[in-house]
Design a protein around this ligand. Structure first.
Ligand code: ZN
Length: 457
C-alpha cells in the first residue's frame, strides 16, 4: 500500500467521514478485506451468526416480524441457519414501502437517527425505507471492497461517469471539492453525450490517467463505441460497469477502447452492494458477509446454475429490515471455488431485471444475451428495443440506417420466432431513437407480461 493511501486511510477518511456526518466505513472494510479469504464454511458460519442476531432483534423490536413469526408459530430459535430462512415470507418493494414508517421499523432507533432513503429502479413504483449512518458506512465498505478487488487503492485517481456526481458534503461545495481533490476523484456528466462532448471526455481521460473508471454499462459502452469508430484508445486499468445488463458485445466494445480483460461487472440495487467480478471474470462474488442471496424459481430454491429471482437478506440492516427481499432481478448462483481463492460464493449468471426478460408460452425465460450477438452482426440496426406486449405478441423498435433491407427484417423475425415459437406475432416499428429511463438506464427488453414470485404477506 502506498504512503499516500495509508495517509488517507489513517487520517483523511476517518476525519472526513465524521465531518460529513456518515459513519466511518474503514473498520467494516478491514473486516471484509480479511473475511473474503476465509473458507466457504467459515463465511457460512458468519452468516448464520449474523442471521441469528438479526432475527432475535427484529422479533423483539420490529412489530411486523413479531406478528409474522407469531402467526407462523415461529420463535427466533426456529431460525438458526440460512437453511431456515424459507420459514419466513418473501417481501418486496410494495410491502417495504407500505410498512416502513409504521410496523416495519426498528423501535430501538430514535427518529432523529433515521435517514430516509428511496430508490427508483427501472419501474415507476419507488422503494422507501429507513437507513442509518452505520448502515450507510457498511454499504460504502462493500463498494470499496469491490474496487480493491480490481486493483484500486485509496488515493488512486478515479473517474465516475454518471448523471449526477456523488457528493459526501452536500451543501458544502468547497469541502466537497477538497474531498475530490484528496481522493483524486473526477466526474464526467452522462447527461449530454454529443460527439463534441465525448471528444472532450477522451481528452480529459488522457490527461487524468485514472486507475479506475466507473459507469453504467450502457453509458461507457456508448462512449467506447464512439471511440472505436474514431480509432481512439485510452488505457485505463479497471473499468467497473454497474446498474444494468452488461452483454458480451458491450464488454468487448468497452475493452477495445480501454483495456483488454479489464472490464468488471458490479451488481447492486435498492441501496445494496450485492456482488462484483474478480480478476477471473467467472461470475460475480457475493458480498456474503453482508447479504444472504437466495435464488428462487417458481417459489422454490433454484438448483446451482439455474436462473431464478434474487431474494436478499441484509444481515446488517434493522432500521428497515430487508429479510427475504425479492429485488425482482434474475441470476444463478454457484458455490464452486473460484481460482482467485476467495471463499465468497458467486452469481454465475446475472441477467438483470425480471421485467427485462421474456417468458415464452411454455414458461421459459429469454434474456437479451441470447439476441445481442445477432444484433451486433446486423450492421444496419443502430439500436433496438424489444417489448413483449402479450405472451405471443412482440413489438420490435429499431433505429436503422439506409442499408436496412427487407431481408434484414425477415432475419429479425425468424430469429425471434425460433425462440418464441410458431404462434408468436411480431410488429416492427422504426424510430429515431430509443428513449432511456428517467434514471438514465437503457433497456433492451421490456416485458409487460412476466410476473415473478409475489410477496407472501
Ligand atoms: Zn474470484
Amino acid at each position: 500500500m502506498s504512503t499516500y493511501s495509508r495517509f488517507l486511510r489513517r487520517v483523511v477518511i476517518p476525519v472526513g467521514s465524521r465531518l460529513a456526518g456518515y459513519g466511518d466505513f474503514l473498520p467494516y472494510l478491514q473486516s471484509l478485506e480479511a473475511s473474503q479469504w476465509w473458507s466457504p464454511a467459515q463465511i457460512r458460519e458468519l452468516q448464520n451468526q449474523k442471521l441469528r442476531r438479526l432475527i432475535a432483534h427484529v422479533y423483539q423490536h420490529v412489530p411486523f416480524y413479531r406478528q409474522v413469526m407469531d402467526e407462523r408459530g415461529l420463535t427466533p430459535a426456529d431460525i438458526q441457519t440460512v437453511e431456515d430462512l424459507p420459514k419466513l415470507p418473501i417481501v418486496d418493494k410494495s410491502v417495504i414501502t407500505r410498512y416502513y414508517n409504521t410496523t416495519l421499523r426498528d423501535q430501538t432507533i430514535p427518529q432523529h437517527r433515521l435517514i430516509h432513503a428511496t430508490s427508483s429502479g427501472s419501474t415507476a413504483e419507488r422503494l422507501h425505507y429507513w437507513t442509518t449512518k452505520a448502515q450507510k458506512a457498511k454499504k460504502w465498505a462493500g463498494l470499496f471492497r469491490w474496487w480493491e478487488m480490481v486493483g484500486y487503492e485509496f488515493g488512486d485517481s478515479y473517474v465516475t461517469f454518471q448523471l449526477a456526481p456523488n457528493q459526501g458534503f452536500k451543501g458544502w461545495p468547497l469541502v466537497g471539492r477538497l474531498e475530490w481533490l484528496l481522493l483524486r476523484h473526477h466526474w464526467l456528466s452522462a447527461q449530454e453525450m454529443t460527439d463534441e462532448v465525448l471528444n472532450r471526455y477522451v481528452e480529459n481521460l488522457q490527461a487524468w490517467k485514472p486507475k479506475l473508471f466507473r459507469s453504467y454499462a450502457s453509458t461507457v459502452y456508448y462512449l467506447a463505441r464512439r471511440m472505436n469508430e474514431a480509432g481512439l484508445q485510452v488505457p485505463i486499468p479497471s473499468i467497473l460497469t454497474t446498474g444494468e445488463t452488461l452483454t458480451d458485445h458491450m464488454r468487448e466494445t468497452i475493452e477495445q477502447a480501454f483495456a483488454p480483460g479489464r472490464v468488471f461487472n458490479e451488481y447492486g440495487g435498492d441501496g445494496m452492494q450485492i456482488a462484483a467480478e474478480c480478476e477471473y471474470h467467472q461470475g460475480l462474488h457475493i458480498n456474503a458477509e453482508t447479504y444472504i442471496v437466495e435464488i428462487i424459481k417458481d417459489g422454490r430454491p433454484a438448483q446451482e446454475g439455474e436462473l431464478g429471482e434474487v431474494v436478499l437478506t441484509n444481515l446488517e440492516a434493522t432500521a428497515t429490515p430487508f429479510i427475504r427481499y425479492n429485488i425482482h432481478d434474475v441470476a444463478a448462483i454457484t458455490h464452486e471455488p473460484c481460482p482467485c481463492g476467495r471463499g465468497l460464493p458467486r452469481l454465475s449468471h446475472l441477467e438483470g431485471r425480471l421485467t427485462d426478460m421474456f417468458v415464452t408460452s411454455d414458461g421459459h425465460w429469454l434474456t437479451v444475451h441470447q439476441f445481442t450477438a445477432f444484433f451486433a452482426k446486423l450492421h444496419s440496426v443502430k439500436a433496438f428495443q424489444v417489448i413483449q406486449k402479450e405472451v405471443d405478441f412482440i413489438l420490435i423498435k429499431l433505429v436503422v440506417d439506409e442499408t436496412f433491407s427487407g431481408e434484414d427484417e425477415k432475419r429479425i423475425i425468424e430469429t425471434f420466432r425460433r425462440y418464441m415459437g410458431p404462434h408468436a406475432r411480431f410488429e416492427l416499428e422504426f424510430v429515431d431513437a430509443i428513449p432511456v429511463s428517467p434514471v438514465g438506464k437503457r433497456r433492451f427488453f421490456i416485458s409487460e407480461v412476466i410476473q415473478g414470485t409475489s410477496s407472501q404477506v
